[in-house]
Design a protein around this ligand. Structure first.
Ligand code: ZN
Ligand code: FE
Length: 257
């Protein structure tokens, strides 16, 4: 049976994602920006939280953990590289470790760059991935603790997942990301289609995620830094993809659109 999923908006633009294994009744939340909306979403379904999967140590991803842990006794799983920074951690995991939520199983993919120990979770049987603040729809996280080379390598790992993988990220940033992406690839038809879709979704009060890896490969400039046309667009034709990525990231940091 497929996983049941509930997307929970938290704080101003964060998402927590609740994932339930119908066979066992196990329920995980990926990241815990704020306990109250997560508790409300669980109560609405009469679900009991059993696992908290953490992508990275930033406050807007972990500050709901203590209240959720106290209420449900859920097992907290998070990145080995940030174990000391994550409250009430029960299990520290790293590259290729398996994480079980009842009968659902994720593989851990280390995706450093936004933070030094950031991890993503890939439920291969479910064709689902949770990318935290590494990959956003039509964007990527700021490179805060790592280097552009590190972040580019992390994005390549996520790009290598099957095209039909649906991924969830930590924030609703898609429309702003699209405004920037159009400055890099104004003629990209997949990006234009995504822009129209996201506009419709937001107007209807819907989230713009999940998106698929296949869609992102076609439209997300940060996943396209090794495309000659993208390199040329930022004046770096023939240069290494990591350099092109670094330039796109720098432009996004100063973009005011
Ligand atoms: Zn973050
Ligand atoms: Fe965040």
């Amino acid at each position: 049976m497929a996983a049941e999923i509930r997307l929970v908006p938290c704080l101003s633009d964060n998402y927590a994602v609740i994932l339930r294994d119908p066979a066992s009744g196990a329920v995980a939340v990926v990241d815990a920006p704020d306990a109250a909306p997560i508790e409300r979403a669980l109560a609405a379904e009469k679900w009991k939280l059993t696992h908290i999967l953490v992508t990275h140590h930033h406050g807007d991803h972990v500050q709901g953990i203590p209240a959720l842990k106290q209420k449900y006794g859920a097992k907290v799983i998070g990145p080995r590289g940030e174990a000391a920074k994550i409250p009430m951690l029960d299990a520290a995991v790293g590259e290729n470790d398996r994480v079980k939520v009842g009968g659902l199983e994720a593989r851990v993919i280390e995706t450093p760059g936004h933070t030094a120990g950031h991890i993503s979770y890939w439920f291969d049987q479910e064709k689902l991935a949770f990318a935290g603040d590494t990959l956003f729809s039509i964007g990527c996280g700021r490179v805060i603790e790592g280097t552009p080379e590190m972040m580019w390598a992390s994005l390549l790992k996520l790009r290598a997942l099957p095209d039909d993988t649906r991924f969830y990220c930590g924030h609703e940033y898609t429309e702003a990301n699209i405004r920037f992406a159009l400055t890099i690839e104004p003629e990209n038809k997949a990006l234009a289609a995504r822009a129209a879709e996201a506009k419709r979704q937001r107007a209807a009060g819907e989230a713009t995620i999940p998106a698929t890896i296949g869609e992102e490969k076609a439209a997300n400039p940060f996943l396209r830094a090794d495309q000659p046309a993208v390199a040329a667009a930022v004046g770096l034709a023939g240069k290494p993809a990591a350099n092109v990525f670094a330039e796109i990231r720098a432009r996004k940091n100063s973009f005011r659109g």
